[in-house]
Design a protein around this ligand. Sequence first.
Ligand code: BTN
Length: 246
Amino acid sequence: MIIGSKILFFENLPSTNTQAAILLKRDDVTEGTVIHTNYQLDGRGQIGNSWESENGKNLLISIVLFPFMIIPSDQFYISMTVSLGISDFLKRYIPVCRIKWPNDIYINNDKIAGLLIENSIMGDQIENSIAGIGLNINQDKFLSDAPNPVSLKIVTGMNFNLTTCLDQLVSDLDKRYKQLIAGKYDQIKEEYISRLFRLNELHNYSDKNGIFSGKIKSVTDFGRLQIEKENGLNNNYSFKDVEFIL
Ligand code: BTN
């Protein structure tokens, strides 16, 4: 096993991603190490947002990877791999779970998990990658102004054992990472696309020109989202250049 070869538990931390970065700086961490905590004082989300998680209710982890085999222009494959691992885990308990591009995990129209991947690139190599995962398991109520959080408990009505969930998640992520190491890029991309939230459905989005209707068709190797507009033309969007209207 690579992911989960070591699990470091902390009762609380500012942020598991920050702790991973500290260990990397000290050269004190091996590939696949999982940093796990019950509570983050400064949990970080995408685009400078914070990440809400009640003490001891959810999974908060960061995984340290050394994905030397991935060239920087293919770094989105790390994101696809980790998103697939999380959705594999959720499929153990719920029939349908989707990946909202680029890497939010959704049940119906609600967000159950978020991913903050921080890659350190040196020349033409990814020196290391920190994959931070916040996965809502047993939280009943969310207090922040995040628009649509949900947890496994809210969806299923059941309480879950966090240790079991962590073991299962780590094992599902490990399988996916091995698929990446084996160079199965086409399979990863195909499965990622097949699990996309709103794939091939007509919905509203907004870009710099305003609101438009379109269908998600694919994702490029660079991680851009391809949306077919009603005029039949495809547009490829980078993160932040397009917003889903939920
Ligand atoms: C998002 O905004 O969707 C990404 C959220 C990522 C949260 C996780 S929780 C564990 C890890 N440590 C952090 O500070 N952030 C990530």
